[in-house]
Design a protein. Structure first.
Length: 364
């Protein structure tokens, strides 16, 4: 890409991570402003990154090439969709952070095509190093034998990235036969079925605090891909990847009558669980914030590829729209998130829980 693109970021919350990412891509993108309401937080952000703060649409320069809309979408009561359409009308490429309603995903791709610009769903989760490694490990294991079962637990807000992961993991994750076997009275909804013939069990945390959406999530994503010889496990996008061999214990071990006194020949204990990718080492070296920023840079680079390569953009748009359609079907099964207010534990209780966990870690 010869021309350096002029960019603005909308949103001074998580948008700070996008501003940091863009500050490291100055050879390709020039960050020329922050679009926000003018709060003290947004004023500080503009000062840190030495850029103008635009508090209304008419202040945004006409020569912007790309906009990063890091605001709540309409499905969460935010103004992201409004800003995305505003930039499309100006002929500006747009990255809008998920979650985005499937209808809005489809409409945005259509509007982008009409206005001859690119639309990108901001999904840095798929670019996190542990997610990438886990997906690659599954694909390589699938070359030997197909998985016997997939277990996953996740927050509803990040279920679309999870489904996109499955599309990468499985040879052709186009056919889903799923059903919900729980009701919306519990925090977690349970989904059973299969994807391309592979049995799937999913637990979905389906609650949302609209005042502070991130505060109500008990977890992000956890996966167990089970094979005939063991399971590959990732318990968090920022967690370790483990291989757990299948437990094998022959009934012949009891023939001597003294099985408990004999040397342990259990293959699980002999081989043991294997850590394939230790997140702690990455976090110690880089820090969690740095890992988020690098994943965002990778996502932005994917968008830049789509801007310059029409074939790559067509592949991306088709894949994303298919994923959005599957996410729509998925959401119909679990229903609308249950709205909750605040948190159940007081700040004092949360501090005490953390202190107790620290005691466990330091116990000898």
């Amino acid at each position: 890409m010869d021309k350096k693109l002029k960019a603005v970021v909308c949103g001074a919350g998580f948008g700070q991570f996008y501003m940091e990412a863009l500050s490291r891509m100055k050879d390709r993108i020039e960050l020329v402003g922050l679009v926000a309401k003018g709060s003290e937080k947004s004023i500080k952000c503009a000062e840190v990154y030495e850029i103008p703060l635009f508090t209304s649409k008419d202040q945004i320069p006409e020569d912007i090439d790309i906009a990063f809309v890091i605001l709540r979408s309409a499905m969460l009561g935010g103004a992201a969709n409004e800003y995305t359409e505003f930039f499309f009308n100006r002929g500006v490429h747009v990255l809008q952070e998920f979650p985005i309603h499937p209808d809005d995903v489809r409409n945005n791709f259509r509007k982008a095509r009409k206005d001859a610009v690119c639309f990108h769903v901001g999904d840095f989760y798929l670019h996190l190093p542990q997610i990438r490694k886990f997906t690659e490990y599954v694909k390589r294991l699938n070359e030997i034998c197909p998985p016997s079962h997939i277990q996953m637990s996740l927050a509803a807000a990040v279920s679309m990235p999870a489904l996109m992961m499955l599309r990468d993991m499985l040879p052709s994750a186009n056919k889903m036969e799923l059903k919900c076997v729980s009701d919306n009275e519990t925090p977690f909804q349970v989904i059973l079925g299969n994807i391309d013939g592979v049995p799937v069990t999913a637990e979905i945390h389906n609650e949302v605090n609209t005042d502070d959406p991130d505060s109500a999530m008990y977890l992000l994503q956890a996966f167990n891909v089970i094979y005939e010889t063991g399971r590959l496990s990732l318990q968090d996008p920022l967690g370790d990847i483990f291989w757990y061999p299948k437990i094998k214990s022959s009934v012949s071990r009891y023939s001597s009558g003294a099985a408990a006194r004999e040397a342990d020949k259990d293959s699980r204990l002999k081989d043991g669980a294997v850590s394939l990718s230790f997140y702690g080492a990455q976090a110690a070296e880089k820090g969690t914030n740095e890992i988020w920023v690098q994943a965002i840079i990778s996502d932005i680079e994917e968008m830049l590829e789509g801007i310059t390569d029409k074939a790559a953009y067509m592949r991306y748009s088709q894949k994303t729209m298919t994923g959005a359609a599957q996410w729509e079907s998925f959401n119909k099964l679990i229903g609308f998130p249950k709205r909750i207010d605040g948190v159940k534990a007081s700040p004092e209780q949360k501090d005490m829980l953390i202190e107790r966990i620290t005691e466990f870690i330091t116990e000898k």
